[in-house]
Design a protein around this ligand. Structure first.
Ligand SMILES: Cc1cc2nc3c(=O)[nH]c(=O)nc-3n(C[C@H](O)[C@H](O)[C@H](O)COP(=O)(O)OP(=O)(O)OC[C@H]3O[C@@H](n4cnc5c(N)ncnc54)[C@H](O)[C@@H]3O)c2cc1C
Length: 379
């Protein structure tokens, strides 16, 4: 890591300790959107973390970005979602957009003035994205969008979405009829916030499009039929991010357990002197370390421009299962106190399950990994 990058990470750590940690409980339990934190994240440049410097971003590598996400998620996982979905959208624009589109959107998005999200999932499909029904019909020089997207992060508080649509419902294979459109909120979509088990404080919504018209220049790459490929390319960064979130949550659960097991006594000694607790701590730390290494490896592969779905899939699978298992073990180590919302481990237990579902479920990750292994023939 360069000196500049170390300074960025240090600045973020200070922000997390001073401005985020003291208010997490208040915002999270009330499911309140953290406007002040978002303003500070804008100042820190987080909305432009992976956008190129030429468009006003920080131009950070995925490797450094993953460390930022780990640190942020160790304090409050929800807020990493505010800039992650946004940056997946920015990645799609930067990789596949026209120069005009990049100049129009990326500087505003890097400053957080426009905050984006990705609208892929629908009420009837998530994993099988090719089954989407959202229609964008061409009329003169506009596309007219009709349909519903579900579980869309940043759809209520953000102001622009990359929307996966069908521009040709009869295409065979189905993905050849799929396209990605940039839709600004002022075009008229309606987003309604949904209630969630965890990942609270930030908005995840149902989004309705009723005859929403966007100009044909909103089509990413100006070519129909490339949408699925474009968004999957952005999702590689998304999966590395989710892996980093998993490392953050798994590591926070470990730290809380280390501290509590030193202070809590049973049978005349701290519980960390009981072998059953030591075994849990050892397993938790090993999961954190293994997941951190896999995430760094996937990020380096992404940065080198290599195909990295195997690495990103393994990192996502390992780190998010680590978050689930460590949150569960932390709850056991804390006994009854872990079951109270006064204790942060209760939040880890509610936050972790999102990670095994979002950005492609872990069942899907296993399928992606297995297909690659079969293609490679050895590992
Ligand atoms: C808090 C939250 C935020 C989200 N944010 C966004 C967002 O910003 N944008 C967005 O587009 N989506 C978002 N999502 C949606 C998320 O990406 C989907 O929930 C996810 O892709 C899974 O889709 P699904 O829920 O429809 O499950 P389904 O696809 O219906 O799957 C149900 C179950 O079947 C399994 N399954 C499916 N197919 C197979 C198969 N072939 N083999 C084996 N098992 C299979 C799945 O793994 C899962 O266990 C969010 C979800 C949540 C909970």
């Amino acid at each position: 890591m360069s000196n500049d990058q170390a300074i960025i990470l240090d600045t973020i750590d200070k922000f997390l300790e001073k401005e985020v940690r003291p208010v997490v409980k208040e915002y999270e339990l009330a499911d309140k959107y953290p406007y002040e934190i978002v303003s500070k994240m804008k100042e820190l440049g987080l909305f432009g973390a992976t956008i190129s410097e030429s468009y006003g971003g920080l131009g950070l590598s995925a490797e450094v970005y993953a460390q930022i996400v780990e640190h942020v998620s160790k304090v409050w996982m929800s807020i990493s979602g505010i800039f992650n979905s946004h940056l997946i959208m920015c990645t799609a624009i930067e990789k596949f957009g026209t120069d005009h589109m990049k100049e129009k959107y990326l500087p505003l998005m890097a400053r957080g003035e426009l905050r984006g999200g990705i609208a892929l999932t629908e009420p009837d499909c998530g994993t099988d994205l090719q089954a989407i029904r959202m229609r964008a019909a061409k009329k003169d020089d506009h596309y007219i969008l009709n349909g519903t997207k579900q579980w869309i992060t940043n759809s209520v508080e953000g102001n622009v979405l990359a929307v996966l649509v069908k521009t040709n419902v009869d295409a065979n294979p189905r993905h050849k009829g799929m396209s990605l459109l940039i839709v600004e909120k002022e075009a008229g979509y309606k987003a309604t916030k949904l209630s969630k088990l965890g990942y609270r404080g930030i908005d995840t919504g149902e989004v309705e499009f009723n005859d929403v018209a966007v100009h044909q220049d909103s089509l990413i790459g100006l070519e129909e039929g490339r949408g699925l490929q474009q968004i999957l390319s952005g999702l590689a960064l998304g999966r590395i991010n989710v892996a980093a979130r998993g490392v953050g949550v798994a590591s926070a659960a470990l730290d809380a357990s280390l501290a509590y097991s030193q202070e809590r006594e049973t049978f005349g000694q701290p519980i960390n002197q009981h072998q059953a607790i030591q075994i849990k701590l050892a397993d938790m730390a090993t999961r954190v370390e293994a997941s951190r290494l896999l995430t760094a490896k996937a990020a380096r592969a992404y940065d080198s421009g290599e195909r990295c779905d195997l690495e990103a899939g393994m990192a996502k699978l390992s780190a998010t299962e680590a978050a689930m298992e460590n949150a569960n073990e932390a709850l056991r180590i804390h006994g009854a106190y872990g079951y109270s919302p006064d204790n942060e481990v209760e939040r880890y237990y509610r936050d972790a399950p999102l990670l095994v579902v979002g950005e492609g479920t872990n069942e899907l990750q296993r399928i992606i990994i297995a297909r690659q292994l079969i293609e490679l023939g050895n590992f």
